[in-house]
Design a protein around this ligand. Structure first.
Ligand code: ZN
Length: 488
């Protein structure tokens, strides 16, 4: 396949040309949400980042199998091997079945993702639906001698593994430092060392999410699900594994160790991580009260928000930064994104209505190549967007009658905008007036045509009445040289 896509591999810490393991197909796994609460801004970033990659790989001609999991068991409160299961806790507090909690938040997650125009993955496996696979994987690691059983639980032997492998290869952590800085176990723990992590946990009597395994009635450790489901659906070696940078350690480091220990090989060719979103320079966190849920953006109901922001504004805001840079959220920054998106979408709408001339006095040639070059450079969406903004200047000049564009140039420009704006960046027109509701659009057009007619007849009363009343309903009406433009 002819392309020069380079992606930053977190494992090698450099940009590498993307060459898939199998000629025309790509296997891609991304860690999805733990479904015990509503999706927030932190969930939007990996979903949108890997949505761009999913779309771009397909544009390059690959058949992509995109697996994004749902964590619905085994994610304990402190992300390691102690504390209550996050979903079981929510179920206990709400007096629901754990699977009711899971279903409720999965439905809401899907709704938020659809609003953000994130394409659904090819497979969305649940951890709770793959307990057998996780037990089998754990057994493989035990058989290979890299895990031990203790009091009905199974732990990964990190020190043993590190004798012949590199635990820390992804995150750059040093095991000796970790052993020094973590406090000694008091002898009460089932684990041999503090760095060891659970592959299987024996369930306490009150723990409701439990399954039968050779070692105990219990449940899998959090990291195990991604080893089991990734290799089940994508094979023992696959191309891309993604997720947020916060998952690099321990989650992905442990997954690498599990796969190498259980299968005797490295599973993933390219590891990709999106950076985090901060709020006013601070990390997002429940305790800081700055966890803004996506529906709070759409409804404008969080105290840190000046108003409601549409899903496309959130998407555009995220795409205006490169996925490996941090993004600092503020209401002002979102307002700026909203204005930028409006300019882009207005220009895109204008582009559809331009009339070609015999020759071009604007230069838009090469836009496609420049945008593709930016995406090939580790999915540089902010640069892609800046090229589109440059092209907007030409569109506006032609629209205002100050420049001309030939039919061939116009058709190419329209095609590039469609590809970049809609297909790859995944931005869609949001007003109810366009696209979805054609009859409504025609009705407004008809009213404004009547107003134009009234103006021509110098019937100012009728003309003003139509304009004022539509403005009162929230329409913005602009007179142009050929007639009018309007939006909601
Ligand atoms: Zn995972």
């Amino acid at each position: 396949m002819e392309h020069k896509l380079y992606i930053y591999n977190t494992l090698s810490r450099k940009k590498e040309q993307f060459i898939p393991l199998h000629e025309n197909t790509v296997g891609m796994y991304v860690c999805g949400p733990t479904v015990y609460g509503d999706a927030h801004l932190g969930h939007a970033r990996p979903a949108i980042t890997f949505d761009i990659l999913f779309r771009y790989l397909q544009h390059l001609g690959y058949k992509v199998r995109y697996v994004r999991n749902i964590t619905d068991v085994g994610h304990l409160e402190n992300d390691a091997d102690s504390g209550e299961d996050k979903i079981a806790k929510k179920a206990r507090l709400e007096r629901l079945e754990p699977m009711e909690v899971v279903q409720y938040y999965v439905n809401r997650y899907h709704k938020a993702m659809e609003a953000l125009n994130v394409m659904p993955p090819s497979i969305e496996p649940h951890a709770s639906g793959h307990i057998m696979e996780q037990i089998e994987f754990t057994q493989k690691i035990l058989d290979a001698g890299f895990a031990y059983e203790s009091e009905g639980s199974v732990y990964f032997d990190v020190v043993k593994y590190n004798e012949t492998n590199n635990y820390g290869i992804l995150s750059g952590r040093n095991i000796d430092e970790m052993l020094e800085t973590t406090r000694d176990l008091d002898g009460q723990s089932e684990k041999r060392r503090s760095v060891d992590f659970a592959l299987w946990k024996k369930a306490s009597p009150e723990h409701i999410m439990r399954w039968k395994a050779p070692w105990s009635d219990g449940f899998p450790g959090w990291h195990m699900e991604c080893s089991a489901m990734g290799t089940k659906y994508l094979g023992e070696e696959f191309d891309i594994h993604g997720g947020g940078m916060d998952l690099m350690f321990p989650h992905h480091e442990c997954e690498i160790a599990q796969n190498k220990a259980g299968l005797g090989k490295d599973t993933v060719k390219y590891w990709m991580h999106n950076n985090m979103i901060t709020i006013g320079g601070q990390k997002m966190g429940k305790s800081l009260g700055n966890f803004i849920q996506l529906h709070e953006f759409f409804e404008g109901t969080h105290k840190l928000l000046s108003k409601a922001f549409s899903p496309m504004t959130i998407r555009f805001f995220i795409l205006q930064a490169h996925y490996r840079s941090t993004v600092d959220f503020s209401s002002e920054a979102l307002e700026a994104s909203e204005k930028g998106l409006e300019r882009l979408m207005d220009g895109y709408a204008r582009l559809q209505k331009l009339t070609p001339s015999a020759t071009s006095t604007v230069n838009t040639v090469g836009l496609r190549a420049k945008c593709e070059e930016a995406l090939n450079d580790d999915l540089n969406t902010p640069i892609t967007i800046s090229y589109l903004f440059e092209a907007l200047k030409a569109i506006n000049l032609v629209h205002d009658g100050k420049a001309t564009i030939s039919a061939a140039d116009l058709s190419e420009l329209q095609s590039v905008f469609k590809l970049m704006v809609e297909d790859l960046l995944g931005l869609k027109v949001e007003t109810a007036a366009t696209g979805t509701n054609d009859a409504y659009k025609k009705a407004i057009d008809m009213l404004l045509a009547m107003r134009l007619e009234a103006k021509r007849n110098k019937d100012w009363a009728t003309s003003d009445k139509i304009r004022n009343e539509l403005t009162a309903f929230g329409f913005e009406i602009k007179d142009t040289k050929d007639g009018f433009e309007w939006k909601m």
